[in-house]
Design a protein around this ligand. Sequence first.
Ligand code: MUC
Ligand code: MG
Length: 366
Amino acid sequence: MVRITLVEAIPFAVPYRHQPRFASGTVSRADNVLVRVHTDFGLVGQAEAQPRPYTYGETQASIVDTVGGALNDALVGVEPVRSELVAARCASVTGNYVARGAVDLAVWDLIGKLLGVPCHRLLGGFADDVAAAHMVSLGEPEEMVAEAVGVSERLGVKTFKVKVGRTPALDVAAVRAVREALPHADLYVDANRGWSYEDAVRAGDELVEFGVRAIEEPISVDDRAGRLRLAERWAVPLAGDESCISLAHVDRALDEGAVRAVSIKTARTGFTESRRILDLCLARNVAVVVGSQYEGALGAAATVSFAAAFAATAGQPAELTNYLDLADDLVVAGPEIRAGRAVVPTLPGLGLVVDEDRLDHYRLDR
Ligand code: MUC
Ligand code: MG
C-alpha cells in the first residue's frame, strides 16, 4: 500500500516575456508554488499553484504555509489512490482554493504515475486534443492587436478572450481593432469586475454588436441586482469566473440567475471539484469554458488534461496558450500546441517532467 509521506511547497519565481494585465491586476512575475506530494514508494506527484490575491485572497506565502502546514497534516498517511478520501481530508481546510486545487492536481498526477496512466485518461479520456483560446492582455489597442495576431500566426489560434474593464471608449476601441484585424476570430471578453454598472451597459451593448459571444464578470460580484439586469439586457451570456470559484459558489450563482456560462479552472478546483462543477452545469444545461489563471506549463497540462477528458468540454476552446507568455518555465517541455489545438500529454499523470536545474535556479527557498 502506497502512502503519502509529505506534501511539500516550493516557492519559485519565473519572469514573464509578456506580463498578463487585466482589470483587477497585473502579474509582473510568476511568483508561483510547486507542490510536491511524496510517498513511501518513491514516486512524487506535482502541480503548480498561482497566487491571485485579488481573486482569492491567497498569496505565495499563504499558499506555502497552507500546503506545507494544514494540507500536509491532512494528507500524511493517506493512500493517494483513495481520491475521495484525499478530497474529504483537504475539505477540512476551508477557503484556500488555489492551495487546495494544486494539492488535488498533484495527487492526481501521483495517481496517474502510480497506475502508469495519463490524467486525461483517468478522468474520461474523451479526446486527445482541444482547441486553444488565448487571453489578450490589456494594453493600447495596437498592442492588443499585435498580441492576438501574433498568437494567431504562431499557433493557429482562432479564439481570443480579450481583456476589457477600463473605460468603455478604450475597451470598445481595443475590441474593434482586434475584430478588424481578425475578422473571423471567435471573440469573448472579460472585464474582471472592472466596470461600473453604467460602464458595463455602455461598453457591453457595443461589444455585443461586434459579435463577442460572452461577457465575463462585467461588474462587482456583490452587485447581484446589477448582474441580473445586465444578463437580461444582453443577448450573449454573462460568464461567471470570480463568482464561480467553488462548487457552492457555482450553485449559488446559477440560482441567482445572472450567470449563463461558467468558467471552470483546474487551478482553483483541481480535478475533483472541477468535475463536480461540470456535472452541476451539465444537469442545469449551462455552458462551461475551461478557463485559465495564467498558469505555467504544469498548470496548462492540467487544463488540457481536464478539457480534453469530457465530451462537454472537449468540443470547445479552452484557455491554454498563456503559459507561453512566460520567459521560461520549470519543465523540460510544455504541452504541445499545433494548428490552434493543444494536445494532451501522453506520459503518466499530468505528463510533464520538471527540469531540476531550472527549479534550482528559480526556487526562492534556498
Ligand atoms: C481570468 O479569466 O480572469 C485573471 C486573474 C486570474 O486569476 O485569472 C485571470 C484570467
Ligand atoms: Mg475571468
